[in-house]
Write a protein that binds this ligand. Structure first.
Ligand code: GLV
Length: 334
């Protein structure tokens, strides 16, 4: 599509350079502006920043609500540098004629790797072990020292079995884990390798490890609440690389503190970057600052895919990564 006026794109935080170079190399892109601050924009800064642009690359730390969209009359396309789009009010995007694209696939392996890293770290108390050695508390080898959990022959429950859940299953096979999954529909690829689809409560009762891989929606908010945590084995480990609010974090702290759950590995939190009171004081949790997709290659691929999605929509071409619920086609050029 030929535009009389060149496109102007805002990027709400520094992203890997190749995505910016890609945007700047496009003949129909006139201006690429990157937030120069080393922090996310505040809501009012975000409103002002997006207002004059046709498109934007946004992050999961940017709350894109009706107010932001109302303040940006030219905005027609967003590229979310994330697979999760719970930070965007998709209904408001649709009513404002704003197309949204995200970054599926490219972060699947990095995220599944990190889910497994958390599972192993929590099960084998890796962070505690590191701290002991650094503190000079390296006792003579002893049969009863620093015991953790076995994986081989145990059961992993996947809550959500989309791309990332299925990638975790592939890793689980290598560790000799039996896999249960909970998903809206049967996944023939998982069934073919012996994984079994079960109801959520059964999965929680039977699993030794539970890994969360659902998007955050009104239906999945606090999916893992006090009642469901109580169904889990006291020897079980919970891993969350999805979204913090899928778990009732206060209930999780209470369960971990009371020994109703052995351990947790968490990359995401309900109110990032704040943690639920008491969480950081627990010895049986491994905590990471939302970095499951943070590898050099994956973050470059995410930024590039988000840039391509945003640009395609601005050109009137529906992105393969278009997010259902957002606008298509985007509103006309004003
Ligand atoms: C990260 O959490 C993402 O949604 O990509």
């Amino acid at each position: 599509m030929v535009h009389a006026r060149k496109l102007s794109i805002y990027v709400t935080r520094a992203v890997p350079e190749d995505a910016l170079a890609f945007l700047r190399s496009q003949p129909d892109v006139g201006l690429v502006t990157v937030n120069p601050l080393e922090r996310p924009l505040t809501p009012s800064e975000l409103r002002a920043a997006l207002a004059p642009h046709d498109g934007a690359l946004v992050l999961l730390t940017d709350r894109i609500d009706a107010g932001v969209l109302e303040a940006a009359p030219r905005l027609r396309a967003l590229g979310c540098v994330s697979v999760g789009t719970d930070n965007v009010d998709l209904e408001a995007a649709r009513s404002h004629g704003v197309s949204v694209a995200n970054t599926p696939d490219v972060l699947t392996d990095a995220t599944a790797d990190f889910a497994f890293a958390l599972l192993l770290a929590a099960s084998r108390r890796l962070v505690e072990a590191d701290a002991l050695v650094r503190a000079g508390k390296f006792p003579p080898w002893a049969p009863l020292f620093h015991l953790g959990l076995d994986l081989t022959g145990r059961t992993l429950g996947l809550v959500g079995a989309g791309r990332i859940g299925q990638a975790v299953e592939r890793r689980a096979r290598g560790f000799g884990l039996r896999v249960l999954y909970w998903a809206r529909s049967t996944k023939p690829g998982l069934d073919a390798v012996g994984a079994r689809r079960v109801e959520l409560d059964e999965l929680l009762r039977e699993s030794d490890f539970v890994s969360l891989h659902v998007a955050l929606t009104p239906e999945t908010r606090h999916l893992i609440d006090a009642r469901r945590l109580a169904l889990m084995k006291p020897t079980a480990v919970l891993v969350n690389t999805a979204r913090g609010a899928v778990v009732d974090e206060a209930a999780l702290v209470a369960a971990l503190r009371a020994g109703k759950l052995a351990a947790a590995g968490l990359d995401v939190f309900e109110d990032e970057p704040r943690l639920a009171p008491g969480l950081a004081e627990l010895g049986n949790v491994v905590l990471a600052p939302h970095v499951a997709s943070a590898t050099h290659g994956t973050r470059s691929a995410m930024a590039l895919l988000a840039a391509r999605g945003c640009l395609a929509a601005l050109r009137g071409e529906k992105p393969a990564t278009w997010v259902p619920g957002s606008a298509w086609p985007p509103r006309a050029v004003s």
